[in-house]
Design a binder for this molecule. Structure first.
Ligand SMILES: [Cu+2]
Length: 131
């Protein structure tokens, strides 16, 4: 009698595993197709971009070529500025979702900060144009 009950248990668990794997198949496929693709959004931006998020410039250090236009996007609710330490550029106050663009024509290293929150710092490194 013991062997028969073991057989039943084995059969029942096998059927359970099959039923579970079948029922989980369909929903899994749906969730894969509905997954958003944030990488495409990043690839769509033509200009090198510095995001301002949580009182930080992202990326903090950005390498570009002379002639490139960098766009700065403030994603914070707080206003921020993009102000060069050498005074060569100044965005003035950027509100939430506001974009400010600046074209860097001269090679060099350009540290900048937020004049409202001076602990916020970033650097743009402008390399010689390839042309
Ligand atoms: Cu700021």
């Amino acid at each position: 009698m013991k062997y028969i009950s073991y057989l039943f248990l084995g059969l029942a668990s096998t059927i359970l595993v099959i039923v579970f794997s079948l029922s989980s198949c369909a929903p899994n496929r749906q969730s894969v197709t509905s997954t958003p693709q944030p990488q495409e959004i990043i690839a769509n931006t033509a200009n090198p971009t510095v995001k301002i998020v949580d009182f930080k410039y992202l990326p903090e250090n950005l390498d570009i070529a002379a002639g490139d236009t960098v766009q700065f996007v403030n994603q914070d609710e707080e206003p921020h500025t993009v102000t060069a330490k050498d005074g060569s550029f100044n965005s003035k106050g950027l509100d939430n979702a506001q974009v400010w663009k600046h074209t860097f024509t001269q090679p060099g290293t350009f540290p900048y900060l937020c004049s409202i929150h001076p602990y916020m710092k970033g650097t743009i490194t402008v390399n010689k144009s390839k042309k």
